[in-house]
Ligand binder design. Structure first.
Ligand code: NAP
Length: 433
């Protein structure tokens, strides 16, 4: 019997697209790929923005500047979208899915903004839509959620899912650098974009939380804003306070059950106990930590970015799609749990680390403490150090409602003796891991 052929169109030949092409044309892998795909994979076209640009390692005859034409090719089985961004990537993916062509993408922004609609379109047309590389680059977390953990009741998914911010915070931790210095170094080394907003303001991490949550809990993907806070306000003194008290500061993305049918999704910096498995995830590495009712804690660690690791995840999806097509089947992208209610960030309880710069004069501490008390936020410990005419006071609170802590901060800011409120960060307790 002759080996079936699966025809693949690729949009994008940048970091990930060019690495994928190299994996697909690597002679030393060809037998393994045919075995895994149950078919020969043939690249029928590679669409880019600038078709004139030299692309070493890519057959020139495959290149074109017309991605929509590629998505509409009659002989296409799978479209791999590696262009990025929501538009026009969405129109290419929709065109392919509507015509019965399966899609593999690494595009978290696209999936977070309209993943539900795309999944429904794929299902309606009897084709696959896979996006493993959209979260954690080379880490095979989404398929683990879809398959191995499909029957598990997951309580919490917590991840370090943005390499740029983890690199910056790691530098601040190991070298005592200020945020600006660590950011500049990340940019010089190519770990951060010239405009780092999507990473440092946690938009990227929030999109990944939404994708993880859709597979772990059955929430929808249609561009809903979730609670998000970036790392631009973190100072070297906060990192130092954390270290001296047995914590590290990490930007974490969290999706967790609250009560019987509540779900909280958020992405923000937090203090993590130094002995927590996520605390030892350094540099640009990513990790996802899951707590399942029966499985207990599980963790995946790996390279969350980079052309080759990410292309490996895309290739895994492509092989899976190929097998499905050869066998005349497709997977259901994800199911939705209508019973879940989104819990506002203000209703989440946590211990908090709060740091204030105050005038160094009598009575200040009493008035500050009074504000905490007025909002029902009790203080667990306090540390004071002098800075010229000012003093810095750092607190760890007892467990408090986020909205009460926010009200405390608002009132503290209006207090004459309080010069500025530095950090206000939740503390992830070890017992909750
Ligand atoms: N890089 C990573 O480490 C990583 C990790 C995880 C996920 N991802 C995701 O993977 C995707 C690709 O990322 P990347 O780093 O490879 O991006 P990239 O290096 O910027 O490459 C993007 C490629 O897409 C092409 N392109 C952009 N818009 C296009 C359009 N409208 N029509 C045709 N081609 C178009 C570009 O063409 P030109 O070359 O002509 O400009 C380029 O070849 C993104 O969704 C990203 O979020 C990346």
């Amino acid at each position: 019997m002759s080996t079936p052929k699966i025809r693949v169109g690729i949009i994008g030949a940048g970091n990930v697209g060019s690495a994928l092409v190299q994996l697909l044309i690597d002679e030393s892998r060809s037998i393994a790929l045919v075995d895994a795909a149950m078919a020969e994979l043939e690249i029928v076209g590679v669409a880019v923005r600038d078709a004139e640009k030299s692309r070493p390692g890519i057959d020139e005859s495959l290149l074109s500047g017309d991605a929509m034409a590629l998505a509409h090719r009659d002989d296409l089985d799978v479209l791999v979208e590696l262009a990025g961004g929501v538009d026009p990537a969405r129109s290419y993916v929709e065109a392919a899915l509507s015509r019965g062509v399966s899609v593999v993408t690494a595009n978290k922004a696209l999936m977070a903004s309209c993943g539900t609609e795309l999944a429904q379109l794929a299902n309606k047309n009897g084709v696959d839509l896979f996006y493993e590389a959209a979260v954690g680059g080379g880490i095979p977390i989404l398929r683990s959620l879809r398959t191995s953990l499909a029957g598990e009741r997951i309580e919490r998914v917590m991840g370090i899912v943005n390499g740029t911010t983890n690199y910056i915070l790691s530098k601040m931790t190991t070298e005592g650098s200020d945020y600006d210095v660590a950011l500049a170094e990340a940019q010089a080394l190519g770990y951060a974009e010239a405009d780092p907003t999507a990473d440092v303001e946690a938009f990227d991490a929030a999109a990944k939380v939404q994708i993880l949550s859709s597979l772990a809990f059955g929430t929808e993907l249609h561009g809903e804003e979730i609670a998000r806070e970036g790392i631009t306000g973190i100072r070297a003194v906060d990192v130092d306070f954390a270290r001296r008290n047995g914590y590290v500061i990490k930007l974490v993305g969290i999706a967790e059950r609250v009560g019987d049918n509540g779900l909280s999704r958020r992405a923000h910096p937090a203090l993590i106990p130094a002995e927590h498995p996520l605390a030892s995830v350094h540099g640009a590495m990513n990790a996802v930590f899951i707590e399942g009712t029966m499985s207990g804690p599980l963790m995946w660690l790996g390279q969350g970015a980079g052309g080759a690791p990410t292309a490996t995840a895309v290739l895994g999806d492509l092989l899976y799609v190929a097998r499905n097509r050869v066998n005349g089947r497709h997977d259901v992208p994800f199911s939705v749990d209508d019973r879940l209610v989104s819990v506002p960030a203000g209703d989440i309880e946590s211990v908090f680390y709060i740091s204030l710069d105050v005038m160094d004069e009598p009575g200040v501490l009493a008035s500050v403490a009074g504000v905490f008390g007025a909002h029902g936020v009790s203080i667990q410990s306090m540390e004071q150090s002098g800075v010229g005419d000012e003093a810095r006071i750092s607190f760890l609170t007892h467990t408090a409602l986020t909205k009460n802590v926010e009200a405390t901060i608002r009132e503290l800011k209006s207090l004459g003796a309080v010069d500025s409120v530095g950090a206000c960060l939740p503390v992830i307790e070890q017992g909750a891991s």
